[in-house]
Design a protein around this ligand. Structure first.
Ligand SMILES: NC(=O)c1ccc[n+]([C@@H]2O[C@H](COP(=O)([O-])OP(=O)(O)OC[C@H]3O[C@@H](n4cnc5c(N)ncnc54)[C@H](O)[C@@H]3O)[C@@H](O)[C@H]2O)c1
Length: 446
């Protein structure tokens, strides 16, 4: 079926969102607890879902003179928050109230008001390998004879959760694993499944969850920069099972701002000679990233964006010689309240230099939680949409990632505004509405 035909089928072809949507989260730390407590706070009317496009965003339909701008959640059949049910895995014992207290993102009073709800969720034992996250020691871990056994235990956990929910989505909110590149074991599904039995050291724990999830026909999203599903074997499985996958590493703080500023410089043909980005943060994520092998994974994800936005090979005079540096420093006093500085050396007319300084005093998990929510809801929508679910990679969700995924041979889009347009046009397309090109000539005809 062509994409035009798929769009013309419109909303009628999308399976309705009846029943409970189960959200499964490997890694129930700061982001996961802020997401879950936040959803509950919104459900009880204690707070607004600020930062979430699915909950607060609007979408223009038709011409500017039509005055049709519904909320996205009223336009597309997105699961309501009341239907969400949460479960997950973590290497730390205890319940989500304990985990949220440790994360220290939300106020004590706010947590107390949701205490019984948070105490009712207990992370399941995790599939964990210390080699991949060296700064943490597991207390709540699965034992198995090999990686295949561990992955099948995760499948059993999923099967059990399927008896309590009607549809499911998985989102990795676990720690960033060490940097590794695709090897032979990652190239085909057959090689990967043999590697599971052979206990191949290049199969990371996050890949066990992803394999189990896709094998069960469930969409998988990745909030961290780990390789995980970004390998041919799991791309193959995703397409075979109609289980969508997307990019990796939530685009929350510094990179979010970077992918707003860089397209602005490029649009005005302003040159850039240097971009120095540094951060201090003191949460557990910061502690994990203090290890050079784990930081390398994050560094690669954060560095890629300028290269793709500036296209130095096509614009050598403006961007052919940029010094781009990214640092993350573990600084415990700040906890989850990260501070990110950017010094940008730009140049203008006749090469005269200028500087821009950005100091973003942000809250890491407050920025990440709404993105995690949107990803879960949009991935569920993708799985119910015939023209999207068989594609594997959902490029329209690039908006949420530092490292968006795209088809082989197609460069990823990093510009936040292109990503936003792509997302909204995909919603218009699947709902059978006209795409918006912003051409606007028809306002000026006869
Ligand atoms: N907060 C942000 O703004 C942001 C932005 C981009 C990416 N991220 C990424 O999201 C992830 C989560 O961030 P966080 O601040 O919640 O970190 P966190 O350290 O608070 O939580 C991560 C949790 O994952 C658990 N974990 C590690 N390995 C696991 C495994 N194999 N199975 C199950 N659980 C496992 C840890 O025990 C920990 O509780 C990190 O990888 C981080 O880099 C966060």
């Amino acid at each position: 079926m062509s994409t035009d035909q798929a769009g013309a089928q419109g909303a009628a072809s999308i399976t309705p969102h009846q029943g409970k949507l189960g959200i499964m989260i490997p890694g129930m730390g700061a982001v996961a607890t802020t997401l879950i407590a936040g959803v509950e706070a919104v459900r009880r009317g204690f707070a607004k879902p600020i930062g979430s496009m699915t909950q607060m965003g609007t979408i223009r339909l038709g011409k500017r003179t039509d005055d049709r701008t519904p909320l996205i959640k009223d336009f597309a059949p997105i699961a309501p928050l009341d239907d969400l049910v949460f479960t997950g895995w973590d290497i730390f014992g205890g319940n989500l109230y304990d985990a949220a207290k440790t994360a220290a993102v939300l106020d004590r009073d706010q947590l107390e008001s949701m205490r019984p709800f948070l105490e009712s969720i207990q992370p399941m034992p995790a599939a964990f390998e210390e080699r991949y996250v060296k700064r943490l020691t597991a207390k709540n871990k699965k034992a198995g004879k090999n990686k295949c056994d561990l992955a099948n235990q995760i499948r059993n956990d999923i099967a059990e959760f399927k008896t309590k929910t009607d549809r499911q989505v998985m989102i990795w909110c676990g720690s960033t694993e060490i940097y590794h590149e695709p090897k032979a074991v990652h190239q085909t599904l057959a090689a990967f499944e043999k590697g599971l039995v052979d206990d191949d050291p290049d199969i990371a724990p996050s890949m066990l969850y992803a394999w189990a999830c896709l094998k069960e026909g469930i969409p998988f999203a990745n909030g961290a920069p780990n390789l995980t599903v970004d390998i041919p074997a799991l791309n193959e499985l995703s397409r075979a099972m109609n289980a969508p996958i997307c990019g990796k590493d939530f685009k929350t703080g510094q990179t979010f701002i970077k992918t707003v500023l860089a397209p602005a410089f490029k649009a005005r043909q302003l040159g850039v000679s240097g971009w120095y980005s540094t951060n201090i943060l003191g949460n557990r994520d910061g502690e994990v990233l203090d290890d050079p092998d784990n930081f390398k994974t994050k560094e690669v994800s954060k560095l890629g964006v300028l290269e793709h936005i500036f296209q130095p090979e096509k614009n050598p005079d403006l961007y052919g010689d940029i010094f781009h540096k990214v640092r993350i420093n573990y600084y415990p006093p700040r906890g989850d309240n990260k501070e990110g500085w950017d010094n940008i050396d730009i140049f203008g007319w006749l090469g005269y230099p200028m500087q821009i300084k950005v100091d973003f005093l942000c809250r890491d998990s407050i920025l990440a939680a709404p993105l995690a929510l949107d990803l879960c809801l949009f991935m569920d929508l993708a799985a119910r949409t015939p023209s999207l679910r068989g594609l594997g990679i959902q490029e329209w969700l690039s908006f949420y990632f530092k490292d968006p995924d795209s088809a082989p041979g197609v460069y990823p889009e990093h510009d936040l505004f292109i990503q936003s347009m792509k997302l909204k046009n995909t919603l218009r397309h699947i709902m059978g509405e006209d795409l918006i090109t912003h051409l606007g000539l028809d306002y000026y005809g006869e």
